[in-house]
Write a protein that binds this ligand. Structure first.
Ligand code: NAP
Length: 290
């Protein structure tokens, strides 16, 4: 068990590795039983270096897990209509089981319209309104990968959110908002903070929280002194210089459990994407494991 100051580190890399191994075994089993390999389509618009790297990483992990990767590269000048048509085509393609649109896409593109062109049954990145609604109502569907990965990490460390006070700092559609909904579904008392939350209120909310999820995108934004002793601190932030949204050293003095950056939430996100891709393929091929 690794420790930093008082806190125990949540080893996202290790937990993700095990999830990817399980997923690879399921992919191999499905391929053997159906003669069809699970397939994730990745769609990249333009050449933003970070996006290029993320997609390359996701494709490499797919290949390692026995998931076929079908990559579509579109020029930066692609219009919303063209992107929507591409995503509809992939949604209709029986050889594609999951679709990932790497985002952000260019500012001239209506990102929401593009996401909505992904068939809910193939929305393994959990970005459509249909997936969000299903998740919020506790119905079957795919969860947004980073929040889904966070919940798996909490489960792996035996953290039961029921009855706990949770604060989610950030409310983006793919991260903060669904993270709060998943915690709520597991019976936490959830507070959201965002850019309109006065700093003093944000500090007060963090001070009371048993579970802190940081999803802001600002380096060391959550102060260590605000962490309640023994709290579980999950840092989804990833800022320049491999720095999270939590002031790690100071927070680790007080937290009970804390995620490192990198090696915490990031690997869980990709592992969740792969796992949901195999779920989608099992459903579409009518071949859920016995
Ligand atoms: P985003 O869309 O920019 O959302 C940031 C959120 O933070 C918004 O809800 C915003 O509030 C809130 N915020 C901004 N300034 C604030 C302030 N001063 N006080 C309180 N809240 C504030 O970012 P995102 O896509 O959710 O990503 C957040 C972070 O997670 C980034 O560092 C990103 O790199 C990282 N991330 C990591 C993974 C992973 O796999 N590890 C995946 C996705 C994202 P408003 O809504 O009011 O604007």
């Amino acid at each position: 068990m690794s420790t930093t100051a008082n806190a125990r580190l949540m080893d996202g890399s290790g937990i993700a590795r095990r999830l990817v191994e399980e997923t690879a075994a399921r992919a191999a089993d499905l391929t053997r039983r159906t003669g069809k390999q699970p397939c994730l389509a990745t769609v990249l618009v333009g050449e933003d270096p970070a996006s290029v790297t993320y997609v390359r990483m996701k494709r490499a992990r797919c290949e390692k897990a026995g998931i076929r990767s079908h990559h579509v590269e579109l020029p930066a000048a692609t219009t919303t209509e063209e992107l929507v048509a591409t995503l509809r085509g992939l949604s209709d393609d029986p050889d594609v089981h999951g679709i990932l649109l790497q985002h952000p896409v260019g500012r001239h593109i209506d990102e929401r319209a593009a996401f909505e062109a992904i068939a809910p049954g193939k929305d393994v990145d959990g970005v459509t309104t249909s997936s969000f609604a299903a998740m919020s109502f506790g119905l079957p569907g795919f969860v947004s990968c980073t929040p889904g990965g966070i919940m798996r990490l909490l489960d792996a460390y035996g953290v039961d959110p029921a009855g706990k006070r949770a604060v989610v700092v950030g409310r983006s559609a793919i991260l903060g908002k669904p993270a709060g909904m998943l915690l709520l579904a597991r019976n936490a008392t959830v507070t959201y903070c965002h850019s309109y939350t006065p700093a003093a209120d944000l500090s007060a909310a963090v001070r009371e929280a048993d579970i802190v999820v940081a999803a802001v995108g600002r380096a060391r934004f959550i102060k260590g002194e605000d962490i309640k002793p023994g709290a579980v601190v999950v840092d989804a932030g990833y800022n320049e210089g491999n720095v999270g949204d939590v002031d790690f050293e100071a927070a680790a003095e007080r937290a009970g459990l804390i995620t490192p950056v990198p090696g915490g939430v990031g690997p869980m996100t990709i592992a969740t994407l792969l796992s949901q891709t195999v779920d989608a393929a099992e459903r579409q091929l009518g071949a859920a494991p016995a």
